[in-house]
Design a binder for this molecule. Structure first.
Ligand SMILES: [Zn+2]
Length: 156
């Protein structure tokens, strides 16, 4: 499978393509339903969430990966995840991987928001949808890259 740096390069390249596509779709306002939802705010939220996920929420949080180490002392918050999910098990499932990581992040983020005096349900739905979409796409690109490169290696 690709190492952390290769994953980050692949993910960044896909983000550039994805954001270009979204910016193009946003110009087709009348033509496509989703275009009404696309604006600078949602596209920037999507891109920032995607990059955050690429560097901090990779499915390789199930091992001592660079994503795991980037959390610094807060890596303790991902320790249960690392212990529960053996490497490339559920964390690398196209549905369960992103779902479990986003749920673990929510378990971390909700208390932080409450402590900061922000009611999580007061966050704008557009923001939540764009952020979750960005994070999930980043994880899917990681999982697909892992499977694709393992497939190529397996063929030789
Ligand atoms: Zn991986």
């Amino acid at each position: 499978m690709p190492d952390g740096k290769t994953h980050e390069m692949i993910n960044t390249a896909v983000l550039i393509v994805a954001v270009s596509g979204l910016l193009y779709l946003a110009t087709l306002k009348e033509a496509i339903l989703i275009a009404g939802y696309l604006n600078t705010y949602t596209i920037v939220t999507f891109a920032v969430a995607y990059l955050f996920a690429t560097f901090f929420l990779s499915p390789d949080l199930d091992i001592e990966s660079s994503s795991y180490k980037r959390w610094g002392i807060f890596r303790i918050l991902w320790w249960p995840y690392k212990v529960i999910f053996k490497h490339r098990g559920f964390s690398h499932n196209l549905i369960l991987g992103p779902l479990s990581i986003v749920m673990n992040l929510a378990l971390i983020a909700i208390p932080v928001l409450l402590l900061a005096g922000v009611q999580p349900q007061s966050l704008p739905p557009d923001f939540i949808i764009a952020a979750v979409a960005g994070m999930v796409l980043s994880m899917e690109v990681h999982i697909i890259s892992d499977n694709f490169i393992s497939g190529i290696k397996g063929a030789f």
